[in-house]
Design a protein around this ligand. Structure first.
Ligand SMILES: *[C@@H]1O[C@H](CO)[C@@H](O)[C@H](O)[C@H]1NC(C)=O
Ligand SMILES: *[C@@H]1O[C@H](CO)[C@@H](O)[C@H](O)[C@H]1NC(C)=O
Ligand SMILES: *[C@@H]1O[C@H](CO)[C@@H](O)[C@H](O)[C@H]1NC(C)=O
Ligand SMILES: *[C@@H]1O[C@H](CO)[C@@H](O)[C@H](O)[C@H]1NC(C)=O
Length: 619
C-alpha cells in the first residue's frame, strides 16, 4: 500500500510555471527528465511489488521454484543459462569464493538438498532481504561427502537409510547407555491422548486395576514371524528357511539388511499408529529382538537397524497418545526354541551349551536398554518394560526366577520406574502363585491366552470357547491378581480372535494344523474329531464369511476383552498380518468382526451367549 501512494504523488503534474521561453525550455527539459525519472521510479516500484508478491507466494509454497537441475532437464540452452544464473549469475560458479549473491547460498552448498533453489526475483530490491529470516528453517540432510569415513555405510550414516521419513537426518554418533540416539528429534510433546477416556501422556495413567490397558502388539515387525509375513519366507521347503535366523543367513549381510529395512519401513507406518488410536486402543506392545541392540560372532541377524525403527515407533505412538510396553522378544541363544525367538530348534539360553553365556549376554542387553530408556523423554510413555518373551516351559523354574531377579535389579537400578513384565513362561498363571511376589506394582505377570495350541481347548465348540473365556480365564486371572494368595499384577500380553490353528505357517512353515489332523499326523482336533474338520471357513476372507461365523468371531473377541479386563489389561496379537485376518486387529476392524471402538462393545460375559444359528460346530 505504501508504495502505491508514492506512485500517485510522483504522477501529479507540477503546478508552477513562468512565461520565459528559455525558462520554459529548461522547464520542458526538466519536465521530460522528470518524466523519465517518474517512469523509471514507477517501473522500479512495480518490479519491487511484483518481486515482493512472488517472494511471499514462494515462501507460502503457493509457487514452487524448480531446482536448477530439474529445470535444465526440461529444455536446452536457455534453461541451462537460467540454471547458471540461479547458481550465482556469473556462469562460472565453481566455488571461486567471491562474495555470493544472497540467492546463491542454498544451491551452491553441496550438503544442502532443499527445494528453495533459485529466486532470481528476490535480488531486484534490497528491501526483500528482510524476507530471508521469515523462511522456515529447512532441515538440511547430509550428503555422502559429509559423513566421516569411519561411519560411512554404518547404521549412523543417514545417507544409507531406506527412508528419512520421521527421522532426524542429522549425522550423530551420540549414544546413551551405549545405544545410539540416531534419528531422534530433540524435542517431543506429551500432550496427546489416545481417546477421551484415558489421560494424556502428561498425566499419570492411574490404576490399571480400574482402567485396564487396551492394546495391540506390533508383531512380525521388528521380530519376524513367518505366519505374519509369509511373503518374506516364500522359499521352497528345500531351502529350510523357518525363521529370521535362516532367512538372514540365506540372504547374507547386505541383502538381509536391505530386505529387512524395507520391511521395517513399509510394514508399519505412521498411519498404523493413527488407526490404532482411532480404534479406541491406548497401548502398544512392541516386540523387538536382541539384534536391535547388538549381535555376537556368527550371528546372521541384521544388527541394529531395527533399533532406529523402534525409536521412531515410540515417537509416533507419542504423537497419538499411545503408551508403550517394550517386549524383548528374542534373547541370545533363543529362550524358547520357537521361530519368533529368531531361531527355532533348541533352547540355548539359561540351559544348553551356551546357556550361561547367553543368559549373561541378555542381562547386558537389559543394562543397555534400561540406561537408554531411563531418559526423561520415556518416563511418560513407556508404561511397561518386558524382560523376556515366553521363556520355554522346560526351564528350571528356580534358574528362571534367579535370572528374572537379576534382570529386574539391573533395570530398576538404572532408573526405570515403569512396571517391569515377566512372562508366565507358558506354565499358566497358577504356577506363579506365591512366587516372585513382594515387588508390588513394579512387576507384572504376563500370560498369553490362546485356545488353539492345545487339543482339549481347540476341540471345544463355539459357545464352549466363549464360556471358557468368561469362566475359566476370569477365574485364573482373578486368582493371579490376588496379592495375598496369587501373584499380584497380571496382564494378558497376547491373545487372538482365531478359534482354530488353521492359518498358514502358524505352526511353523508348512506344518499343517491340529484342527485338521495335519500337524505331525495328529488326529483332527475340531469338535467332531473326524474327516469333517476343515480349514476352509477359518481361512476365508471376512467378507466371504457367513453372518453366523462373523457374529461368533465378534462375540468371541468381546468375551476375551471382557475377561482380560479383569487383569491390568490386554494386548491383541497382532495389529497387522499379510493374510491372516483372524490374527489381525486391523483386518478384523475392516471385516466387521471386531468392535469398531475397543471400549464400546455389544457383548460382555454377563449376557447370554447368542445363538450362532446354522453355524456348524465343525466349520
Ligand atoms: C537430494 O535431492 C535429489 C534430487 O531431488 C534426490 O534424488 C536425493 O535423494 C536427495 N538426497 C537426500 C539426501 O535427500
Ligand atoms: C522430527 O522432526 C522432523 C523435522 O521437523 C519431522 O519431519 C519429523 O516428522 C519428526 N519426527 C517425528 C517422529 O515426529
Ligand atoms: C537432530 O539431531 C541433532 C543431533 O542429535 C540435534 O542436535 C537436533 O536438535 C535434532 N533436530 C531436531 C529437529 O530435533
Ligand atoms: C512358529 O511360531 C508359531 C506362532 O507363534 C508357533 O505356534 C509355532 O509353534 C512356531 N513353530 C515352530 C516350529 O517353532
Amino acid at each position: 500500500m505504501a508504495s502505491a501512494d508514492i506512485r500517485m504523488e510522483t504522477l501529479t503534474p507540477p503546478s508552477t510555471g513562468t512565461p520565459d521561453k528559455l525558462v520554459a525550455h529548461q522547464t520542458a527539459a526538466k519536465k521530460s527528465r522528470r518524466n523519465i525519472w517518474i517512469a523509471i521510479t514507477t517501473l522500479i516500484s512495480i518490479a519491487a511489488i511484483v518481486g515482493i508478491v512472488i517472494a511471499v507466494l514462494i515462501s507460502q509454497k503457493v509457487i514452487r521454484v524448480g531446482s536448477s537441475s530439474s529445470s535444465s532437464a526440461v529444455s536446452g540452452p536457455a534453461a541451462t543459462s537460467q540454471a547458471a544464473e540461479a547458481t550465482g549469475g556469473s556462469g562460472s560458479g565453481s566455488g571461486d569464493g567471491s562474495s555470493p549473491a544472497p540467492s546463491k547460498t542454498d544451491s551452491s552448498n553441496p550438503a544442502s538438498n532443499t527445494s528453495s533453489g533459485s529466486k532470481p526475483t528476490k535480488s531486484s530490491s534490497p528491501d526483500d532481504e528482510e524476507e530471508e529470516p521469515e523462511e522456515e528453517p529447512e532441515v538440511v540432510c547430509p550428503s555422502p561427502s559429509d559423513i566421516p569415513k569411519a561411519s560411512k555405510g554404518t547404521i549412523y550414516d543417514p545417507t544409507s537409510w531406506y527412508t528419512l521419513e520421521g527421522f532426524n537426518c542429522t549425522f550423530t554418533t551420540s549414544t546413551i547407555g551405549s545405544l545410539p540416539l540416531i534419528g531422534l528429534n530433540s524435542s517431543y510433546s506429551n500432550t496427546a491422548r489416545a481417546n477421551p477416556n484415558v489421560p494424556p501422556l502428561t498425566k499419570p495413567w492411574g490404576s490399571y486395576v480400574t482402567r485396564p490397558a487396551r492394546g495391540v502388539n506390533l508383531g512380525g515387525w521388528l521380530s519376524l514371524e513367518p505366519f505374519i509375513t509369509p511373503s518374506l519366507f516364500d522359499y521352497p521347503k528345500s531351502a529350510s528357511i523357518y525363521d529370521e535366523y535362516g532367512l538372514t543367513l540365506h540372504l547374507g549381510p547386505e541383502k538381509a539388511a536391505k530386505v529387512l529395512e524395507e520391511h521395517y519401513a513399509t510394514f508399519v507406518t505412521e498411519s498404523d499408529f493413527a488407526q490404532i488410536a482411532a480404534a479406541g486402543l491406548d497401548h502398544i506392545r512392541i516386540p523387538f529382538s536382541y539384534w536391535a541392540v547388538e549381535t555376537y560372532p556368527d550371528d546372521p541377524y541384521v544388527p541394529q537397524i531395527s533399533w532406529r525403527y523402534l525409536l521412531r515407533g515410540i515417537e509416533w505412538a507419542r504423537k497419538y497418545g499411545l503408551r508403550i510396553k517394550l517386549d524383548l522378544h528374542g534373547l541370545p541363544g533363543s529362550q524358547n526354541s520357537w521361530n519368533h525367538s529368531g531361531r527355532q530348534g533348541k533352547v540355548n539360553w539359561l540351559t544348553g551349551p551356551d546357556g550361561a553365556v547367553n543368559a549373561e549376554r541378555s542381562l547386558k542387553i537389559h543394562d543397555k536398554l534400561s540406561k537408554f530408556f531411563a531418559q526423561d523423554r520415556y518416563k511418560n510413555i513407556i508404561a511397561f518394560y518386558g524382560l523376556a518373551n515366553e521363556p520355554g516351559r522346560d526351564h528350571d523354574i528356580n534358574a528362571l526366577i534367579q535370572w528374572t531377579q537379576s534382570a529386574y535389579k539391573i533395570v530398576k537400578d538404572n532408573g526405570i520406574d515403569a512396571s517391569q513384565v515377566m512372562s508366565d513362561a507358558l506354565r499358566g498363571l497358577g504356577e506363579w502363585h506365591g512366587r516372585m511376589t513382594g515387588l508390588g506394582d513394579s512387576m507384572v505377570l504376563d500370560g498369553h491366552e490362546y485356545v488353539i495350541f492345545d487339543n482339549a481347548l481347540l476341540s471345544k465348540t463355539h459357545s464352549e470357547k466363549i464360556d471358557f473365556a468368561c469362566k475359566v480365564w476370569v477365574e485364573q486371572i482373578t486368582g493371579s491378581m490376588n496379592t495375598a494368595t496369587g501373584f499380584g499384577p497380571t496382564m494378558v500380553g497376547e491373545w487372538s480372535q482365531a478359534d482354530t490353528d488353521c492359518t498358514l505357517h502358524l505352526n511353523g512353515i508348512s506344518n499343517g494344523a491340529r484342527w485338521t489332523g495335519t500337524f505331525f499326523n495328529g488326529s483332527p482336533a475340531c469338535p467332531t474329531g473326524d474327516k469333517q474338520c476343515s480349514c476352509e471357513l477359518a481361512n476365508a476372507d471376512p467378507k466371504d464369511m457367513s453372518p453366523e461365523y462373523k457374529l461368533f468371531l465378534k462375540t468371541w473377541a468381546e468375551a476375551q476383552m471382557d475377561a482380560f479386563e479383569k487383569s491390568w489389561g490386554w494386548f491383541y496379537w497382532t495389529w497387522k498380518t499379510e493374510s491372516a485376518p483372524l490374527w489381525s486387529y486391523k483386518a478384523g476392524l475392516e471385516g466387521g468382526i471386531m468392535p469398531k471402538i475397543a471400549y464400546e462393545r455389544d457383548w460382555h460375559c454377563d449376557k447370554p451367549i447368542p445363538s450362532f444359528g446354522k453355524l456348524s460346530e465343525i466349520l
